[in-house]
Design a protein around this ligand. Structure first.
Ligand SMILES: NC(=O)c1ccc[n+]([C@@H]2O[C@H](COP(=O)([O-])OP(=O)(O)OC[C@H]3O[C@@H](n4cnc5c(N)ncnc54)[C@H](OP(=O)(O)O)[C@@H]3O)[C@@H](O)[C@H]2O)c1
Length: 480
């Protein structure tokens, strides 16, 4: 549960990188100005910058995020510092610099150590911080590790071992920024604060669940990184699986971090080993997306010309527990699809007897559908049947809708939520060690397996084979 915010230093390792510049610094600034977050930032990177140059770059980063003017300039001037990271892995001089910054601001020794680094730099940074004694401090020390946490089960285990050599699990915050999204958190509120839905949230009422994370962008300039990762590692193992656990978990005994996370892990324990026949991989070819010509994945810089890295994956998962036996969970994600969208579609079972006629599809099992839209049009839509007015027994499907934007205006950025949780010491929205390993072990059989990779045209909804996963339904509720 959240605790009061204590004065602290927020160390960003990788402070000159894309994530720090576009997300972390603007989020910290906005939290400082709108929530009174009393933070001092120590940025660090491989470049030998001074405080002044780091502040100049940070002002530009804030301006690009829409925060300009004297207040932003003053925050940078008074709150930001910089220290180069040691090339030899010896963090003692860095620790000394951190101590100076704390003394300058009379801080009590509370430290966030945020690894906004390339994943291959995580181990050296964790070892260096630990060996320099930074896992123990006069106040608290919290290590934040960006995604991806490992690239398979073995590397995730190794990284957990290394982190636990220096930090206790309650000091480690593994980020999956999807969990910071307001709509993702609302999945639990939707389920557990509305008994109407929770009473129907089981195998008796639900026929299938689809989870789609579609991106209209291609891989672009990230070819070198992506070709070693692919859709299973980049999206399925993390974001989609996180959403799956929130949709399928049992009610926790409380909203305490470990109570929630324990229920999520139980879901993963219950997932049946993946059947390769229920997995479809794809890779995009050249094609137009929203009127723009996208080159084929294999033609991107940094991508091998004969690459078999999937940019699309669809998989059917089965959860062998009391609640979900017999309910397939169809997960699908891809790049270069027609639009950017994250949606959970819950398809309810049709009425057992057809009492209404008039439209051919009304007696072949039309069911109510609940669409939980996580982005970009955050909200939900329940599609139900009503009678058309007049002397007719014709039915029509109409939506009952809720849009976040209409009800609340702008929703907070996911990173703001997560950074605030870190400084408050609330781990609920962070992935626990056993959870990350359980999730990698689920997909381990797909990594390096010789499964066919179907080509699909950029701008399409992926390989046609993905529809076959739906069995008799044969059509995804999003995109067909
Ligand atoms: N960018 C995003 O939107 C995003 C989203 C989700 C997750 N992430 C994750 O966030 C992390 C950072 O991503 P990014 O896009 O910001 O990467 P990036 O733009 O390449 O920046 C990497 C940062 O790390 C520093 N760095 C590079 N190699 C290092 C090393 N060996 N030791 C210490 N520092 C090193 C760089 O410092 P110099 O500039 O001084 O070399 C730079 O500040 C990655 O784990 C990524 O997966 C990023």
């Amino acid at each position: 549960m959240s605790r009061p915010i204590e004065r602290h230093v927020f160390v960003v390792l990788g402070a000159t990188g894309d994530l720090a510049t576009r997300k972390l610094l603007p989020a910290l600034y906005h939290l400082a100005t709108s929530h009174g977050l009393d933070t001092v930032v120590l940025g660090a990177g491989t470049r030998d910058l001074g405080d002044q140059e780091f502040r100049r770059r940070s002002r530009e980063a804030l301006a690009a995020a829409g925060y300009e003017g004297e207040e932003a300039a003053a925050w940078c001037a008074h709150r930001l510092h910089y220290a180069p990271l040691p090339a030899d892995g010896d963090y003692r001089s860095f620790a000394a610099r951190l101590g100076e910054v704390e003394a300058q601001h009379s801080l009590p020794g509370n430290r966030v150590l945020y690894l906004a680094l390339p994943p291959q730099a995580f181990p050296a940074a964790i070892s260096g911080l630990g060996a320099a004694g930074l896992s123990h401090s006069p106040g608290w020390a919290r290590l934040v590790v960006e995604k991806p946490f490992g690239s398979d089960l073995a590397t995730a285990r190794d990284l957990n071992h290394l982190a636990h050599r220096h930090f206790a699990e309650d000091q480690v915050y593994r980020i999956d920024h999807y969990l910071g999204k307001e709509t993702v958190q609302n999945l639990l509120v939707f389920r557990f604060a509305n008994p109407l839905f929770e009473a129907s949230w089981n195998r008796d009422r639900i026929a299938r669940v689809e989870i789609t994370v579609a991106e209209d962008a291609g891989v672009g300039t990230r070819g070198r990184y992506y070709d070693g990762a692919g859709a299973v590692r980049d999206m399925l193992q993390s974001h989609l699986t996180q959403v799956l656990t929130l949709i399928a978990m049992e009610a926790p005994v409380s909203m305490a971090a470990d109570a929630v996370r324990a229920e999520k892990v139980k879901v993963l324990h219950g997932v049946r080993p993946l059947d390769p026949a229920e997995v479809v991989l794809g890779q995009y070819q050249a094609g137009p997306v929203n009127g723009e010509a996208l080159p084929a994945y294999r033609d991107l810089e940094g991508v091998a010309p004969d690459s078999a890295t999937p940019t699309f994956v669809a998989a059917t998962l089965h959860i062998d527990n009391w609640r979900w036996q017999g309910v397939p969970f169809h997960l699908r994600t891809g790049k270069a699809l027609p639009r950017r969208l994250t949606e959970v579609t819950v398809v309810f079972r049709p009425a057992p007897v057809c009492l209404y006629h008039g439209r051919p599809d009304q007696c072949v099992g039309h069911s109510d559908v609940l669409r939980l839209n996580l982005q970009p049009d955050e909200g939900f839509r329940l599609e139900i049947e009503v009678k058309e007015p007049g002397v007719t027994s014709r039915l029509r499907t109409v939506p009952l809708s809720f849009a976040y934007a209409d009800a609340f205006g702008e929703v907070p950025d996911a990173y703001e939520t997560l950074l605030l949780d870190v400084v408050e010491g609330d781990q609920t929205l962070f992935v626990r060690a056993d959870e990350v390993e359980e999730s990698w072990s689920l997909y381990q059989p797909l990594l390096g397996a010789a499964l066919p990779v179907h080509p699909y045209a950029a701008g399409s909804w992926g390989p046609a084979a993905a529809c076959a996963l739906l069995g008799e339904a044969r059509r995804w509720s999003v995109g067909g």
